[in-house]
Design a protein around this ligand. Structure first.
Ligand code: SF4
Ligand code: SF4
Length: 91
């Protein structure tokens, strides 16, 4: 089955890549993905409640609403830890 294909303003086809997962173990809580996401997909969770004295990040990015993703892939372009996974939709 063909992938769902969108069009640029000039009418050129492109295939959106929608977020399927975020690896919270790799996330360092930098917030870059949150700043660039044009939709309401991500949520930065403060993890101050962690009482362990390990080196875990002070905040973690989580997925709030996958259904609002438009497949722009901007989050993955700015993520320094390659946390995101994507897939195209079947047409
Ligand atoms: S692909 Fe685009 S819309 Fe979807 S979570 Fe990433 S930045 Fe947001
Ligand atoms: S850009 Fe990557 S490392 Fe930074 S908060 Fe987002 S998922 Fe975590």
């Amino acid at each position: 089955m063909a992938d769902y294909t969108a069009l640029t303003r000039a009418g050129n086809p492109w295939i959106p890549q929608f977020v399927t997962a975020l690896d919270e173990e790799k996330c360092i809580g930098c917030g870059r993905c949150y700043k660039v996401c044009p939709r309401d997909v991500l949520n930065l969770i403060d993890s101050d409640e962690d009482d362990d004295e390990d080196e875990s990040a002070a905040a973690k990015m989580t997925l709030k609403d996958l259904g609002d993703c438009i497949g722009c892939s901007a989050c993955g372009r700015v993520c320094p830890k390659n946390c995101f996974s994507y897939e195209a939709l079947a047409a």
